[in-house]
Design a protein around this ligand. Sequence first.
Ligand code: PLP
Length: 457
Amino acid sequence: MDYYKPEQLEQWDKQYVWHPFTQMRQWQKEKPLIIAKGEGSYLYDLEGNKYLDGISSLWVTVHGHRKKEINRAIIEQLDQLAHSTLLGQANIPSTLLARKLVEITPEGLNKVFYSESGSTAVEIGLKIAYQYWQQRGEEKYKTKRKFVSLANAYHGDTIGSVSVGGINLFHKIFAGLLFETVNAPSPYCYRCPLHLNRESCTMDCVREMESLLADHHHEIAGVVIEPLVQGAAGMLVAPEGYLAGVRELCTRFDVLLIADEVAVGFGRTGKMFACAHENVKPDIMCLAKGITGGYLPLAATMVTDEIYQAFLGEIDECRTFYHGHTYTGNPVACAAALANLELFARDQLIAGLQEKIAFFSADLKRFMELQHVGDVRQKGLMAGIEIVGNKAAKEPFAIKYNIPHRIVLEARKNGLIIRPLDNVIVLMPILSMSLAELKRLLDITYAAIRKVTEEEA
Ligand code: PLP
């Protein structure tokens, strides 16, 4: 690639690029961080400054940047075939990967439908669930056309996935475009919508779900859920047993459980899939992010044989699932995913994670000592630190102080990339980080939160 001066690239970025989920006026005022290179747990900007990647490049990187085995698998596949369509054809990596995904995901998920992002994996899950009930045969199931979605949920930004989302900021402006859902409360224990707390928790959120399903099951196709952790809402960790409770209710009321493992899948919670913590077998499972270890866009929606059967029939019965994208099942992305999964096995990554998770969890406890940290939530190698202006009242700082963004900039000055989600500082270390790197991540974050919040106090 030609060499361009950093100032030139910065100017062109501001002139031409519209960044996702970004306050562009603020972006225009600041010096953009342009990442030029990655290596292991680190990213490097145009000037060669080095940053620890504390968010796994938006929750995707598993074995580190520039992992030679994944790079090699991509190059080898490019030497064979960059792309061919899955419409009426097959290719080798997508076949092998589907077989592998069926082997490692919870029992019963035997069919794989590919796409390219977490949003599309969820969109496809919704469409499959909807069509499934229409084609089940019995008339009584034809009324199952709605979904239960949770407050604070995030499932992506296509119209269907926003419809089942519950974050007002992303939802409200598109209200006229979205389909109606039946809403269940979020298991947000720090600000429990049912006025309980962790100590007094009697899992009334499961009981709420029970009464919703009891009243509405005849019109509900599925419950869409982020297993164990609502990530984008600020790492809201559900009480133990919540997921298993919802599974039991879905079975009892003949409703599909759609588990969105886009963020929590591939080792993030300390098991390969979050559902495994409560031995839950979903009917539909959505995967993306870590599936290629952070190398190429790929997603998968997995379903049971029972669901798949409803799409089989004679040609004139028109039971086909009419959905698919140009790049569905791209062989290069599938080759990257296969290499990623081989490394999980070769490096015994999940077993090795346990010591790191224990350290991460123990070291995070000290954050609660900070005057402006209201709550610290953690599951596996994911954590959310909720910043408050007033700890006793659980009140956030006024928006005008822009505290979360300032914390992120302060951490960056000290060589760490993290991101805020509303008032929550989110940590998503790369799974292959060493204990020393995890310690550095936590130390810089701690110091940045303390400095910025105490300046304001
Ligand atoms: N589902 C969950 C649980 C997510 O956390 C995300 C993204 O953060 C998505 C879906 C959407 O994934 P993508 O950004 O790849 O479309």
